[in-house]
Design a binder for this molecule. Structure first.
Ligand code: GLV
Ligand code: GLV
Length: 330
């Protein structure tokens, strides 16, 4: 059968599709297809499946460009780029790539936590610019992580893994918010030497008020858009740091620029942005922020596994089987 892949991805998944005897066309453009390019590409052949990326906006018009496609396999765990109602209406199966990127994204979230508090990016720039003229007792002072409080907004696979690093590696205390409380998670971490729980369920407001670091791990939904607003930023401690590896629009980015300028919070480290690849005006000029270009799942290992999982979802659906990772049941 015929499969269209909207951008070059690691070869391992493509090889699986080809080994199954499928014909695979991969976009040759070194970049995101424009809307027009995407529609034109999908009209080239009666494709049976499409492997798309989080940078492709997928909706009714796209499904109508390729009415033969039974599945759109998203090369991401997030799927806010896809209109699920339109997919349902058109009877198209949507799948994602959960699980394989959990540890990788959690590692990046922790890299950001350590980097922002220890001013790693700033220190690197400072040193490479020739400003290191000898050890200094007051030079580039940061803050400790050990035994501080980490706030987790969204205790899914990734949020739980970040909590694991925090408690096991840094003796941190956890305040977490999720749509549902997870008592097993709380039990797993028990109490500290003073008898107080290491992991506590709390409202978003209480997570923000109590944490030295806040790490965001919710999916982007109408209910989570601008969950971190100007008002919520004011609830955080002036000494706190905000980290986001989920989706940019969870934070009101313009409000964050103001909060960082006015020292409402101490710093932020972001991997995702509201209008990627654009950054809110002023964001990149701030000293107290670290920004990475949506690379939290970007390891050689994980990006290959994501390719294989997306392929496995396509293979299952084209074989008439249920895919391993559906995000919408028909
Ligand atoms: C990356 O942002 C993903 O959703 O996989
Ligand atoms: C995403 O995979 C999550 O559950 O955090």
């Amino acid at each position: 059968m015929k499969i269209y892949v909207t951008r070059k991805i690691p070869q391992s998944g493509i090889d699986k599709l080809v080994a199954k005897g499928h014909e695979v066309d991969v976009s040759q453009k070194d970049g995101v297809l424009t809307r027009e390019e995407l529609l034109a590409a999908l009209k080239q052949k009666p494709y049976d499946a499409v492997l798309c990326l989080l940078t492709d906006k997928i909706d009714k018009e796209v499904f109508e460009a390729v009415p033969t496609a039974k599945i759109f396999a998203n090369y991401a765990v997030g799927f806010d780029n896809i209109n699920l109602n339109d997919a349902k209406e058109k009877g198209v199966m949507i799948t994602n790539t959960p699980g394989v990127l959990t540890e990788t994204v959690a590692e990046h979230a922790f890299a950001l936590i350590l980097s922002i508090t220890r001013r790693i990016a700033e220190a690197d720039k400072f040193t490479k610019a020739g400003n290191f003229h000898g050890w200094g007792p007051m030079m580039l002072l940061g803050n400790d992580v050990s035994r501080k409080t980490l706030g987790i907004i969204g205790l899914g696979r990734i949020g739980s893994r970040v909590a694991y690093h925090a408690v096991k590696g840094f003796d941190m205390k956890i305040f977490y918010y999720d749509v549902k409380r997870d008592e097993n998670f709380e039990k797993e971490y028990g109490v500290d030497s003073t008898g107080s729980p290491r992991a506590q369920f709390a409202s978003v407001e209480d997570v923000l008020k109590n944490s030295d670091f806040v790490s965001i791990h919710v999916p982007l939904l109408p209910e989570t858009k601008h969950l971190i607003s100007a008002e919520k930023l004011k609830m955080m401690k002036p000494s706190a740091y905000l980290v986001n590896t989920s989706r940019g629009s969870i934070i009101d980015e313009v409000a964050l620029v103001e909060a960082l300028k006015n020292k409402i919070i101490k710093g932020a480290a972001l991997d995702v942005f509201e209008n990627e690849p654009a950054l809110a005006p002023g964001l990149a000029e701030l000293e107290n922020i670290i920004i990475t270009p949506h690379i939290a799942s970007a390891t050689e290992e994980t990006r290959s596994k994501m390719s294989e999982i997306a392929a496995a979802n396509i293979i299952a659906v084209l074989d008439g089987q249920a895919p391993p990772n559906p995000v919408l049941q028909k």
